[in-house]
Design a protein around this ligand. Sequence first.
Ligand code: 4HQ
Length: 240
Amino acid sequence: MAGKNVTSLKYCAVMRIDILTLFPGMFEGPLTESILQRAREKELLDLRFHDLRSFGLGKYKQIDDSPYGGGAGMVMRVDVIVKAIEAVMSEGQKGKRGQEGQEGPLRIYLSPRGKRLTQTKVERLAKKKWLLLLCGHYEGIDQRIIDGGWIDEEISIGDYVLTGGELPAMVLIDAVARQIPGVLGKDESAQEESFSASLGRKREYPHYTRPEEFRGLTVPDVLLSGNHRKIGEWRIDKIK
Ligand code: 4HQ
């Protein structure tokens, strides 16, 4: 363990996430800053990127093809994607200390056809040791990848169409990573716990900080009162 401030080693749950994508470069910004970068440095979050192109066929490393039945766009090929998924899965089996090997990853395909990602789902995913995220491009992937059992869950981040599964994968990684013990600071996670339980999992009450008055706009008196019971009640009342 490289991390210095992991208070309790017992609860040091490392999560490995393998990402299959045609555009590994897209992940560079969002996952190398702030809390996620700190989580990776502390080795609480182990992200491994795999360029789908390297599994492509022939001289041109082909990964997609035109759809049966016609229509616009391209479809990612079942043979290429399954080769990539199986390569990642077998990596676990021969893992250095064999820890990832026991169960295999929960394999997720990001797609607008999937079940919506909710905080409840995020908390369930955060308990896993190992995720595999498949990011589709073009019109999507050959249905046989799903029907053949190479994907465990189809997940959507919302009812809109994006150009690829990379941004949804980053959204999922961000939401899941902050649930891993040790990723948030002590204060943040203590707060988080009280919120998840009593405040409908979100913390969507209004926030204020200094200055106490800005262009005639003031801070609600109760927040300056020091009465924590009243402050708690006020916040619950203001949620949503
Ligand atoms: N896409 N939630 C199309 C999404 C999406 C979403 C990912 C675009 C898959 C083939 N994924 N590709 N919304 O719009 O997860």
